[in-house]
Design a protein around this ligand. Structure first.
Ligand code: WT7
Length: 634
């Protein structure tokens, strides 16, 4: 196809999706999803546009869309290529084999009294059984909540208690970078304070034994053996939830983002097909852990519903060496690599020699997600990884949006970082000012003006927080607010520049400043703490914590270790501060509000222009902070 006509395809489809959304989505839904019952309405909006219901009245099953419908034509096609942390651990599964495994595990869950609408938590390493557990929940219409295997027992406990699940699926151990992670032990700690839990299914992933609690814990391999491989998929309503996934907000505890079945599946299938232009017989590798939304949408649901072959990798990019990704690409002839800037920056820092023993010639396309990609990293990705022949798609989206919202499109792409980003079909982006009014300025806060099928349903257990967090007030017609800043470039295409709120994007993971503060002030020595982000060469943003100790305590080595470990056990290793800056007190306004603006300036080394300090109770504290360097890290 000539590029002008392909070009036309994106533009004409986009135009159709905006001018005639009902017919557009009706056509796409028929094309991308196999339904058990048709809909009565494509879209029903409520009065303030915060709850759009898609494909009302219809029924489907997400797991049978990902498995059963491929069996006749593609039963023997490889669905998952699994690569373990140890380069000698490898496994592949065809669509037939995956289907049987999922049916069996669905029957196991049924025998544990898991029914439609029940929640199941999945606390696992990045292994095939994690995908099986997710698809088995989907088969029964149960709601899964996958929790990252690197989270602490406290973080796990909070999530389990919020979901009130009866069953957890877990493993004895995980493996990362050559180390064994005691997943089961961490979970056992959490379960001491999780009264809703009745049963735990444990995958024996490593040779180590596990301390099994009689009556509660059962081995996966033992219950799978006798399980039947016949399990009819449950007919689920379009707007019945498929999963809950926790993500950090700027304040308060993590939010349980609730996603629908039909709209979500449609959004990630359609974007997978159109953005990555997936072709039969290609191998697609999204490096995200299944526990993040990128893993849900572009390791599992999008690719499998399109019958693709995916790579699932358990380990880290630098183990045993920084050549690991490139070896995997050559070994499996990966065509598309979809990864995060923080991973690329880590690899850039290790030097180019790690690329020498691979050709990466199978690559056709590269993708980036999770944070803004800087020009230097983009250049390296383009010239070194992709040998100057693979376009790079920078995709912007969020846990809440379900799938890609803005991206370069293959048909309209230019070989320039951040250029010509397009909205996905049906997505109407715009900018508002700080008072949520549409603005003609080139820079502002991003809003999405119309609902789209992959949009979250609500925050689990907290509808009020959903309304308060994500929507402009009714005079603007309930636009969705992602919480990002964006600007138009000279071609009037959008570029995302960073967060507009106090969430930090650390190595592609959102962390709430207040979550880290809450962990720090649990220490008896800490009087108060404030956390802000600062530019970090590898992680994008680093965590900078200002800590005021109670008088009798010293900011010594021991204190530093205690504080860092506290954050690790309260949240996870990802949330550990990179810098601790000791201070006698925090700069506050007369009304007691901590002046984060000033703290941000100091941590960004913008000492000359800290701005107006006249409203502070104690302006001298600012000078003290600028001049004091009694800190850890930085
Ligand atoms: C936040 C969402 C998207 C799945 C992984 C993260 C930032 C994400 C980009 C990008 C600039 C990006 C935004 C967004 N972000 N992708 N391509 N360019 N920023 O999902 O944990 O829900 O985080 O990540 O700030 O709001 P998440």
């Amino acid at each position: 196809m000539k590029s002008s006509s392909i070009n036309e395809k994106y533009h004409s489809l986009y135009r159709w999706s905006i001018q005639d959304p009902i017919n557009f989505w009706s056509e796409q839904a028929g094309h991308f999803i196999k339904w058990m019952r048709p809909w009565t309405d494509v879209l029903k909006k409520d009065d303030n546009k915060t709850h759009a219901k898609w494909f009302v009245g219809a029924k489907l099953n997400v797991s049978s869309n990902c498995l059963d419908r491929h069996l006749i034509k593609k039963g023997d096609k490889t669905a998952i290529i699994w690569e373990g942390d140890d380069p000698n651990d490898r496994k592949q599964m065809t669509y037939n084999e995956l289907y049987i495994e999922v049916c069996k595990f669905s029957n196991v869950l049924k025998s544990l009294n898991v029914n439609k609408g029940d929640r199941v938590c999945i606390y696992m390493p990045n292994i095939i059984e994690t995908a099986v557990a997710m698809l088995a929940c989907a088969r029964l219409g149960a709601i899964h909540s996958v929790i990252f295997g690197g989270f602490s027992s406290n973080a796990l406990k909070d999530r389990i208690n919020d979901t009130q699940c009866k069953v957890v699926v877990s493993a004895n151990e995980g493996k990362r970078g050559g180390k064994n992670i005691p997943i089961k032990g961490i979970m056992d700690d959490a379960l001491q304070e999780c009264p809703s839990i009745e049963k735990v299914v444990v995958v024996k992933h490593t040779e180590s034994d596990a301390n099994m609690h009689t009556g509660r814990d059962i081995w996966y391999h033992e219950v799978m053996k006798p399980a039947s491989d016949m399990c009819a998929p449950e007919a689920v309503d379009s707007n019945d939830p498929l999963f809950i996934l926790y993500t950090s907000g700027s304040t308060g505890k993590p939010k349980g983002i609730l996603h629908s079945s039909a709209g979500y599946l449609l959004h990630c299938s359609l974007t997978f097909k159109h953005v990555f232009d997936y072709k039969e017989d290609e191998v697609f590798w999204c490096t995200a852990d299944l526990a993040w939304i990128t893993g849900h949408s572009y390791v599992l649901y999008g690719p499998l519903s399109m019958g693709a072959t995916i790579v699932l990798y358990e380990g880290v990019p630098t183990y045993p060496t920084a050549s690991r990704y490139w070896e995997v690409i050559d070994r499996y002839k990966v065509n598309t690599l979809y990864t995060a800037p923080t991973i690329l920056r880590t690899l850039v820092g290790m030097g180019d020699s790690y690329l020498n023993d691979s050709t990466r010639e199978s690559l056709r396309l590269l993708g980036s997600v999770g944070e803004p990609i800087d020009a230097e990293t983009w250049d390296w990705y383009f010239s070194k990884v992709g040998n100057q022949k693979c376009p790079i798609l920078d995709t912007w989206w969020q846990t809440e949006t379900g799938g890609i919202m803005l991206s370069q499109m293959l048909q309209t792409i230019t070989k320039k970082c951040g250029d010509n980003v397009k909205p996905m079909f049906g997505i109407v982006p715009d900018l508002v000012d700080d008072s949520e009014v549409l603005t003609n300025e080139d820079t502002g806060n991003l809003v999405i003006k119309e609902p789209w099928p992959g949009q979250m349903l609500t925050i689990y257990n907290d509808e009020k927080r959903f309304q308060d967090t994500y929507f402009t007030n009714s005079k603007n017609g309930g636009f969705y607010i992602p919480g990002d800043r964006a600007s138009y470039n000279e071609k009037r295409t959008l570029r995302i520049t960073g967060r507009a709120d106090d969430t930090l994007n650390v190595a592609g993971h959102l962390i709430g400043a207040t979550e880290v503060e809450a962990a720090l002030i649990k220490h008896e020595a800490v009087a108060e703490a404030a956390v802000v982000g600062y530019p970090h060469p590898v992680k994008g943003q680093g965590i900078y914590a200002y800590v005021a100790l109670i008088n009798k305590y010293q900011p010594d080595e021991k204190m530093i270790n205690e504080l860092l470990n506290l954050v690790k056990t309260e949240i996870s290793g990802i949330a550990k501060p990179d810098v601790l800056h000791w201070t006698p007190e925090l700069p506050k306004t007369r009304s007691g509000k901590v002046m984060r603006r000033i703290l941000r300036k100091i941590s960004n080394n913008e000492f000359d222009d800290v701005g107006d300090t006249s409203t502070l109770v104690n302006p001298s504290i600012v000078e003290l902070l600028v001049n004091s360097r009694t800190q850890y890290g930085g």
